[in-house]
Design a protein around this ligand. Structure first.
Ligand SMILES: [Zn+2]
Length: 179
């Protein structure tokens, strides 16, 4: 095969590659200003030290923050995004997984009711669900378990804590809620 032909064949692949890179970079550049997802909640409604709390049952460490509110309180999306999944799972109960800016996943768990569905676009005005005790929050005070997971690993965040390597994926939501 001549060099000329090979270049012609590679051109669409190169185009696809550049296209993908562009999408990834744009995703990274979209600003993220998080909104408190539980309507009316303040700093007083969560423990700022709950992230990576140990021991935490089957999860070993607590990879998010629990925001307490009365059952049925509206949960709004903390950021604009695309809903990837909604459904009922064992530990999380009624959950929603939303892809937001910077290739971060936003996870909402223990909801009483789900008010969105997969493949919906959400804004900070959209209601995701309501606060509840579904999944392994059964019998506890109603709260939203909220986690942020980066799809792009932040390897420099790994530390010597229990499961510290997982900190390249799980970000501390408290840092983003308090600003
Ligand atoms: Zn939790």
């Amino acid at each position: 095969m001549s060099t000329y032909n090979r270049n012609n064949m590679l051109r669409p692949i190169k185009k696809l590659y550049i296209g993908l890179l562009t999408v990834i970079v744009i995703g990274l550049l979209i600003p993220q200003h998080l909104k408190m997802p539980v309507k009316g909640a303040t700093k007083a409604d969560y423990n700022p030290k709950s992230f990576w709390y140990f021991p935490w049952g089957k999860s070993v460490t607590h990879k998010g923050v629990d925001i307490f509110a009365s059952k049925g309180t509206a949960i709004k999306a903390s950021t604009t995004g695309l809903v990837l999944y909604t459904g009922k799972i064992d530990r999380g109960g009624n959950v929603a997984l939303i892809l937001g800016p910077k290739w971060r996943l936003h996870y909402y768990a223990h909801m009483a009711e789900l008010k969105t569905s997969a493949l919906s676009f959400v804004t900070k005005e959209s209601t995701v669900g309501t606060v509840g005790t579904s999944g392994n929050a059964n019998g506890k005070s109603p709260h939203l378990h909220y986690s942020i997971v980066t799809l792009i690993p932040y390897v420099w965040r790994i530390d010597a804590d229990k499961q510290g390597w997982k900190k390249m994926f799980y970000l501390n939501p408290v840092k983003y809620l308090e600003h």
